[in-house]
Design a protein. Structure first.
Length: 372
């Protein structure tokens, strides 16, 4: 709170400086998106549409290091700067962040992560045009700091966050309703996937075995039962998908599968810039509401999303082949775009456990039976 009070004290001076700096054109633009992988993929229309409107502008993206792999091949971004939450804690951290922003000499900043440190740092960073979302879950501290933005676009429940972002962009002259997502992969990724899969053709079903938010993760027993049901009742091959941190879990799962010759363990074998090449080969992807699900969605891969606690009005797969599965439970949704818990307050995770293997299999079988 002390940082906000100090900023109020110096507000007239900083306001005067930023007013003098304001130009007619936008030559240097900063976008802040430090959320996780799924949110980053869902934000890609923002980068694309800004670059379409200002093709000669230099676009810098401020991100969390964990998402760099899904964005570093994006041609609409000129520079990527990574920052961790701990980097701007305390007075020293906020001074560093505002100094970093000031050094960029930006004409405008688009903040997709509305929080106090970014509100203050963009103001102290002397960015003339500072736009942000006003989240539907905003505390008193953020509301006090929000006055340091030059424009706030209120996010309304029932509207997709990306739609709110696109509405917000109108304040910098970007008029677009195209919310299609972009995913780009590294050169040579197709060859890596071809070498791993060999002569395996379709149908090939990818199953994500983990989630960055463990509250959303499908239990191992359910994954095992689902894989065995698919192997026993369809002709599909199975590709297990996950990060290097999931290798032990993948090996444990593989020991309990029937028809092991039709299971390909790809866990930890592909980086985020290489994974799209694998996803493109799939006939079906099955996962919870996490980053890889949105990567598959961006590639128009038929998918089943076990939504769990996530608010599907805020953010959801949008390709025409996407199936969203969820049981009606009074406490759902409890996870929103601007308020995301990492543990179940009821200690049951019923939103995940109540979706049965039979339900997922039935939906998967319908997709797999469709002609290509």
């Amino acid at each position: 709170m002390i940082y906000i009070l100090l900023t109020y004290l110096f507000y007239p001076f900083v306001y005067l400086v930023t007013s003098i700096k304001r130009k007619k054109g936008l030559e240097r633009i900063l976008v802040i998106q430090t959320a996780k992988i799924g949110d980053m993929i869902c934000s890609t229309p923002v980068f694309r549409e800004i670059k379409k409107r200002y093709p000669s502008a230099h676009l810098t993206l401020l991100i969390d290091p964990v998402t760099k792999g899904v964005i570093e091949k994006n041609p609409h971004i000129d520079k990527i700067t990574t920052i961790r939450t701990k980097d701007f804690k305390g007075l020293a951290g906020k001074v560093r962040l505002s100094g970093l922003i000031r050094k960029g000499n930006y004409d405008a900043a688009v903040c997709l992560n509305p929080n106090v440190p970014y509100a203050l740092s963009l103001f102290w960073g002397l960015v003339p045009l500072r736009i942000s979302v006003m989240p539907d879950f905003a505390g008193i501290t953020f509301k006090l700091a929000a006055v340091f933005f030059t424009h706030l676009e209120k996010h309304v429940r029932g509207k997709m966050v990306i739609e709110t972002y696109m509405q917000m962009l109108r304040k910098i002259g970007v008029e677009s309703s195209d919310i299609s997502k972009d995913v780009y992969m590294s050169e040579g990724a197709d060859i890596m996937v071809r070498d791993l899969l060999g002569s395996i053709g379709k149908p090939l079903t990818g199953i994500a075995i983990s989630s960055g938010n463990k509250m959303k993760e499908m239990e191992a027993e359910k994954i095992t039962a689902l894989v065995n049901k698919l192997l026993d009742n369809t002709g599909t091959y199975i590709a297990l998908i996950g990060s290097g941190q999931d290798r032990d879990k993948a090996e444990s799962l593989c020991g309990s599968f029937s028809h092991k010759e039709r299971v390909i363990n790809t866990v930890g074998k592909f980086s985020l810039t290489e994974l799209p090449a694998l996803l493109k080969r799939l006939s079906l992807f099955i996962g919870v509401d996490s980053g890889i699900t949105y990567m598959a969605d961006a590639l128009s891969v038929p998918l089943i999303n076990v939504a769990g606690p996530a608010d599907m009005q805020d953010q959801r797969p949008t390709n025409e082949y996407a199936i969203i599965m969820r049981e009606k439970i009074p406490c759902v949704p409890c996870s929103h775009a601007f308020r995301s818990p990492y543990s179940c307050r009821l200690k049951t995770r019923e939103c995940i456990t109540s979706v049965s293997v039979e339900e997922i299999f039935s939906a998967a079988n319908k997709i797999l039976l469709k002609p290509n």
